[in-house]
Ligand binder design. Structure first.
Ligand code: GLV
Length: 332
């Protein structure tokens, strides 16, 4: 340990691709437990630290920043940053960073896997075979919905949404999208995607896949009313953030067959599930593993480390969310 090395708190064990460069350049303290630190434990651990490398399970707000006045950078190992209060960071002179660009394909893969699993009832089939109750091939057994040639509606046409559109081409799906902003015509052509107003997209799609960031505007974007707009044969997929869907309304919609099925990787109150969600058979539930491949999680950790190291090398962190802070950075 060298006194003049920047002090970094890493809030969970992260892949070596991020940890090793951090350890070479900084004095690293790592949270030793599997579970996330509580808010109080996080604050205690951040005292005297120059940098925090955190996960999406850590909420970094004005309170944490005020309690850790030596912090200069918070590097989130995630692309979504609804757990960070960017305005509070800017006000406190703390740079905040995320990990864009490296997890798009991995997350689009998972969205497509969920879509197929929910449409073709893969977990139900798996449970049946394992239970020993499967008594052989049945012509009416576990009938699902065709993915090929289906109508896919993508809500949020950013990098991940576009990745899903690209995959849908292989299944000869008819792709439409909705986004706050319509993309240029050449991008629509490139992805073979047609713009639709939100309500129309809900009403016309066989599959609705959600890829918006969580903001006050997208909170409960898919609510009871939106679910009612969907086809009774529709399948809803969410790999973005849980609170984008009203989860209790979804439980009712799945129970009452307002829609046919859903595939979820994220939840409104993670890791808790809405009452009844785990009991409905027509939903596939994953534990927020959208970006969970060895390669991608390594790249995410590496980007977080690069951001921290860049700052301490006097450079602009490459994926800073509030780079304007550098002009008024907290003195060391
Ligand atoms: C994962 O959900 C991420 O935002 O990176």
């Amino acid at each position: 340990m060298t006194a003049d090395k920047p002090r970094v708190f890493v809030s969970r064990k992260i892949p070596d691709a991020g940890l090793e460069p951090l350890r070479r350049r900084c004095d690293v303290t790592m949270w030793p437990h599997e579970r996330p630190p509580t808010a109080d434990e996080l604050i205690a651990a951040c005292r005297g630290m120059d940098a925090l490398v955190c996960l999406l399970t850590e909420k970094i707000d004005a309170g944490v920043l005020a309690a850790a006045p030596t912090l200069k950078i918070v590097a989130n190992v995630a692309v979504g940053f609804d757990n960070l209060d960017i305005d509070a960071g800017t006000a406190a002179g703390v740079i905040m960073t995320n990990t864009p660009g490296v997890l798009d394909d991995t997350t689009a893969d998972l969205a497509f896997a969920l879509l197929m699993a929910a449409a073709r009832r893969l977990p139900e089939g798996d449970r049946l075979v394992r239970s020993g109750r499967w008594d052989g091939w049945g012509i009416m057994q576990l009938l699902g919905h065709d993915v090929h040639h289906g109508r896919l509606g993508i809500v949020g046409f950013g990098r991940i949404g576009r990745g899903v559109a690209r995959r849908a081409r292989g299944f000869e799906m008819k792709v439409s999208y909705h986004d706050a902003q319509r993309v240029p015509a050449d991008v629509e052509r490139e992805f073979g995607a047609t713009y639709l107003p939100f309500e129309e997209l809900l009403a016309e799609s066989d599959f609705v896949s959600v890829h918006v960031p969580l903001t006050p505007e997208t909170h409960h974007l898919i609510d009871r009313r939106a679910l009612k707009r969907m086809k009774p044969t529709a399948v809803l997929i969410n790999t973005s953030r849980g609170p984008v869907i009203d989860e209790s309304a979804l439980v009712d919609a799945l129970r009452e067959r307002v829609i046919a099925a859903a595939g979820l990787d994220v939840y409104e109150h993670e890791p808790k599930l809405a009452a009844g969600l785990a009991d409905v058979p027509n939903v596939v539930l994953l534990p927020h593993i959208g970006s969970a491949s060895f390669a991608t999680r390594g790249k995410m950790a590496q980007i977080a480390a690069e951001n921290v190291i860049a700052l301490f090398d006097g450079k602009t962190p490459p994926t800073a969310l509030n780079p304007q802070v550098l002009a008024s950075q907290r003195p060391s």
